[in-house]
Design a protein. Structure first.
Length: 580
């Protein structure tokens, strides 16, 4: 079956989920949350680029969603009575990528504002389930639509800067297209918008306006990912729980905390998912017998947290943490690019760990130009029918090797140790060993990398025999070791000799706990009320499911700490009132 035939089958199979009709009961629940509006032909319900757009339910008449690109319109969908407009942008509060207008002589809609819609998602399961499923499916359909452009990145072929914008939008699930400047389409686009090579890469918004050489923050602003955590006149942001890092541990904590009614803020420096988000297929995660990609799993978790009211901002990097033990809002976080200070009653550090860089001559010049740290569909396209190299012996390396072997001519799995069985799950190591086009090179390390603008060749050494071997390859995927992301934390948060955060009984003798009448919880750090979960924590099991479990456990610990803090404050006040 061709790609086009697969797409057609997908659209047929998902039609009923993507476009359900609301029944009388569902309409009766939504009616009090919105207001009725009568619109004339041609009036816009919403316009591409708008944020926090509510839901428009058609009571009578007809609407259509459309994309306008380079003076040409593409009709995406037509809505009739009991249909509703939108995709997951309504759930997330990100920028809508299309416009909607009235096509009948007159139309009456029920407009449910974004704030009321999110409340309905949390409180009205009978309404939220079909709507949320539809919004998710519509975004999936848009990402597969070969005609839909969304945001466009215009970049010279093979440049690091263009690929970074492409990667950032892809990992944040924003529909977009990468247009090469040298192509016929790229030349026409650059001529119409008066763009030269000095302006590249450029981001073309849905309205057709170019953003020249944008930073990731500027791209995130256009996409609606960079959300203001405070109003313009506020110098502080108040939260019950601030989660730093949106990998599996952070996302699980966001779901549980928000569902418990906590004011939850999630800061993510690049894209939700962490290392798990780059896994092509996780087959040993509970509840998915045929496996699920790390990107899909973590994206759905993020949408679930949104549904319960968690606030996300991307890219938003925590720069520092100041601790005040006696204050209700004991932690102050300074966030990059945010003038307001985030004050929070508790913090969960879930920043994970980065793969270590290869100690190979010439590696620096090929970062993201042949040396990669994730094996997703985007990287897979670069490796089709080529020889590619994966470095590492853990599950991430095994999953990457299996995924890449589906399109690559050959995959070389380079392992520093004597085997892969000691670190890789049994089911995965057996599959890797059985795959015909995967060659496992144990006791081997990469010594040199060669090429022009892109990686072309590597030199490897067998550490036992000293034999060296050169291999032509356009891509090396490095998945070795882990360096915890803890540089921004104060020294009072104790770490082990490798930099991972200590928790539980190992910090019971820390100064802050010596003066505290409580004992630290299992995931609590050397500062009361500050927790750590997932790969950043010392002694954690480096598995996706384990990180999710720790995220849930951390929220239970937060609840206990907040409750005890409240009791402590009451005791202090009572003592003060009884004092002479």
């Amino acid at each position: 079956m061709t790609d086009e035939q697969q797409d057609e089958q997908f659209y047929r199979d998902t039609e009923s989920v993507a476009f359900p009709k609301l029944d009388d009961h569902q309409l009766s629940l939504l009616e009090p949350l919105g207001n009725r509006r009568v619109l004339k032909r041609g009036e816009l319900v919403f316009k591409a680029g708008q944020r926090n757009v509510g839901l428009a339910i058609i009571l009578r008449g007809e609407l259509e969603a459309f994309e306008q690109r380079d003076g040409v319109e593409q009709i995406l969908a037509t809505a009739h009575e009991r249909d509703f407009t939108g995709d997951v942008a309504m759930l997330q509060g990100t920028s809508v990528l299309a416009s909607a207008r009235v096509t009948s002589e007159e139309a009456e809609i029920l407009h449910v504002p974004a704030t009321e819609l999110r409340r309905a998602f949390a409180e009205l399961p009978g309404v939220s389930e079909p709507i949320v499923k539809a919004l998710i499916m519509r975004r999936k359909r848009l990402r597969r639509d070969r005609e839909f452009a969304g945001l466009r990145v215009l970049a010279a072929a093979g440049t690091r800067e263009g690929r970074q914008l492409d990667d950032f939008l892809d990992k944040n699930r924003i529909p977009h297209r990468l247009v090469e400047f040298e192509s016929e389409q790229g030349q026409a686009l650059s001529k119409r918008l008066h763009l030269t090579t000095r302006d590249l890469p450029a981001l073309i918004t849905p309205a057709g306006a170019p953003l020249r050489r944008p930073s990731l923050r500027e791209v995130a602003q256009v996409a609606g990912l960079l959300r203001p955590l405070a109003f313009e006149d506020e110098s502080e942001i108040m939260a019950d729980l601030a989660i730093v890092g949106a990998g599996p541990a952070g996302l699980a904590a966001a779901v549980y905390a928000a569902s418990e009614g906590m004011r939850t803020v999630v800061l993510e420096s690049y894209a939700p998912g962490g290392q798990a988000g780059s896994s092509s297929l996780i087959e040993n995660f509970f509840g998915f017998p045929t496996g699920i990609s790390g990107g899909d799993l973590t994206w759905l978790a993020q949408l679930q947290a949104y549904r319960f009211g968690a606030k996300f901002s991307t890219p938003a990097q925590a720069l520092s943490l100041d601790y005040h033990a006696t204050d209700e809002y004991r932690a102050c976080l300074q966030v990059e690019g945010c003038s307001a200070v985030l004050r929070t009653k508790s913090v969960l550090i879930a920043t994970g760990a980065d793969y270590r860089r290869l100690d190979a001559e010439g590696r620096e010049q090929f970062e993201n130009m042949g040396v990669y740290y994730a094996a997703t569909a985007m990287e897979g396209q670069l490796c089709r029918n080529e020889t590619v190299v994966v470095v590492g012996s853990g599950n991430s390396a095994g999953q990457a090797a299996m995924y890449l072997s589906e399109g690559a001519a050959r995959v070389l799995l380079v392992v520093r140790g004597k085997n892969i069985e000691s670190k890789m799950s049994d089911y995965l190591s057996r599959r890797v060993q059985a795959r015909e086009n995967i060659e496992i090179l144990c006791q081997t390390e990469i010594r040199k990398m060669f090429g022009g603008k892109k990686l072309e060749q590597i030199e490897m050494e067998n550490t036992q025999t000293g034999e060296r071997r050169q291999v032509r390859t356009p891509a090396v995927f490095s998945m070795i070791g882990a360096k915890p992301c803890t540089e921004w934390l104060p020294l009072e948060i104790e770490r082990d000799d490798k930099g991972f955060i200590k928790t539980g009984t190992s910090v019971a003798t820390a100064p802050a706990w010596q003066s505290n009448k409580h004992q630290p919880g299992p995931l609590e750090t050397s500062l009361p009320g500050i927790f750590a979960a997932g790969d950043v924590r010392s002694g954690s099991v480096k598995r996706c499911a384990a990180a999710v479990g720790e995220g849930g456990m951390a929220v239970a610990g937060v609840q206990t700490r907040l409750a005890s803090s409240q009791v402590d404050r009451v005791d202090v006040c009572s003592t003060a009132m009884l004092a002479p």
